[in-house]
Write a protein that binds this ligand. Structure first.
Ligand SMILES: Nc1ncnc2c1ncn2[C@@H]1O[C@H](COP(=O)(O)OP(=O)(O)O)[C@@H](O)[C@H]1O
Ligand SMILES: C[C@@](O)(CCOP(=O)(O)O)CC(=O)O
Ligand SMILES: [Mg+2]
Length: 386
């Protein structure tokens, strides 16, 4: 039997980085997903390998089950219903398992994803041979939460085979998890994110697990219901970066300037709360859509300024900001910054096609940019195909 899970990526409308330090952030899932399928060999296959195939990159990694068991005895003793953090000892053993695989130098960033795979796989499924296939519509390391979508889809697929989750195995369509199963998927995915990000806030795995739009603070989520159209253009600067290093950089700055940074984080908190209130305010209220959009644009600009204070902007991001400003459009980075993707609010006054023509006429942007056109927000939560 094969189980396939899918989980969406995300954008952060306000509050990235500050959310790691306990303030509020607002995120929405997008309709680009990561897919993970798992197949266990039938007895006649005589398989004794755990295989991980990253289809988009045409890469395959494999380990004899006995080798994983020898390196990670601790993992096999955990219960799938009890998410477990990877100890320092297991982190070292996993590093050795990953090193044995000779990952191509240009793809070395995958090491953390492969490490998360080894931990989640052996904790949830124990020491069994299997073939795990991963594909993704998300660009990796670009701020759209590929690490979280990977961790969520992987946890969901692995749990789909475990006794901890009760699913109707006769389904032919994508099926949704129940509320308590979603919570379990989210907790395991957070353990994966910890291996990839170092110190994640948990917002990315939470929005990927539950879908739609959420407000998130210190591990707890509030589901948001948007009462206005919200169109975002996503531009990928294609400048590679690593979330773990950027998050660590902000923490170091916070240690150097604790007072100043606490004001920055508090300002971000207010921005996120105001943004979520505007998005949720009932449609026929005092503010017209245009007034709401203008407020959101201003909040995005303010959030971007504070992200610059945290030291996570980049020349490529500033180029996009300048370009969109020419058309009186507000933008901010999304995710960890340092390159990656930029959000631009497309207010109802702007027709997307018009903007596309203007924007693409900026020929100098072509070598560095890639558009995702309009990505629809409010995508579903993680799902399973059995
Ligand atoms: N489909 C995938 N297969 C393997 N590893 C993945 C996949 N998606 C994400 N990852 C891991 O997550 C890392 C990118 O995560 P991160 O730096 O947090 O950026 P983002 O989450 O914004 O894409 C990759 O370098 C890789 O280690
Ligand atoms: C910077 C941060 O707020 C978001 C990181 O998102 P991404 O990995 O760049 O997609 C980190 C976190 O909240 O865990
Ligand atoms: Mg990430």
């Amino acid at each position: 039997m094969e189980v396939k899970a899918r989980a969406p990526g995300k954008i952060i409308l306000a509050g990235e980085h500050a959310v790691v330090h306990g303030t509020t952030a607002v995120a929405a899932s997008i309709d680009l997903c990561t897919y993970v399928s798992i197949r266990f060999p039938i007895p006649s296959d005589n398989g004794d390998l755990v295989k991980l195939q990253l289809k988009d990159m045409e890469l395959e990694f494999s380990w004899p089950v006995a080798r994983i068991k020898e390196a990670l005895p601790e993992a096999g003793s955990s219960l799938s219903a009890t998410p477990t953090s990877c100890s320092i000892e297991s982190t070292k053993s996993i590093a050795a398992l990953v090193e044995e695989q000779n990952i191509p130098e240009a793809k070395i960033g995958l090491a953390s994803g492969i490490s998360a795979f080894l931990w989640l796989y052996s904790c949830i499924q124990g020491f069994k041979p299997a073939t795990v296939v991963v594909t993704s519509e998300l660009p990796l390391g670009s701020g759209l939460g590929s690490s979280a979508a990977f961790s969520v889809a992987l946890s969901a697929a692995l749990l789909g085979f475990s006794d901890s989750v009760s699913l109707d195995m006769g389904q032919q369509e994508w099926s949704l998890f129940g509320e308590s199963d979603l919570e379990l998927v989210n907790k395991w995915a957070f353990e994966g994110e910890k291996i990839i990000h170092g110190k994640p806030s948990g917002i990315d795995n939470t929005v990927s697990t539950y879908g739609n739009m959420i407000k998130f603070r210190s591990g707890s989520l509030t589901r948001l219901k948007s009462n206005m159209p919200l169109r975002m253009l996503i531009t990928n600067t294609k400048v590679g970066r690593n979330t773990k290093a950027l998050v660590a950089g902000v923490s170091e700055r916070t240690l150097r300037h604790p007072d100043a940074m606490s004001f920055v984080f508090n300002a971000v908190d207010s921005i996120s709360n105001e943004l979520s209130a505007i998005i949720q305010s009932p449609a026929p209220d005092d503010l017209s859509i245009t007034e709401k959009e203008e407020k959101i644009e201003e909040l995005m600009e303010m959030n971007q300024g504070l992200l610059q204070c945290m030291g996570v902007s980049h020349a490529s991001i500033e180029t996009i900001l300048r370009t969109t400003l020419k058309y009186k459009l507000a933008s901010k980075l999304t995710g960890a910054g340092g390159g990656g993707c930029v959000l631009t609010l497309l207010p109802t006054r702007i027709h997307f096609l018009m903007l596309f023509i203007y924007y693409t006429s900026q020929a100098f942007l072509f070598p560095i940019c890639f558009f995702y056109s309009l990505i629809s927000l409010h995508y579903d939560d993680c799902q399973l195909l059995v």
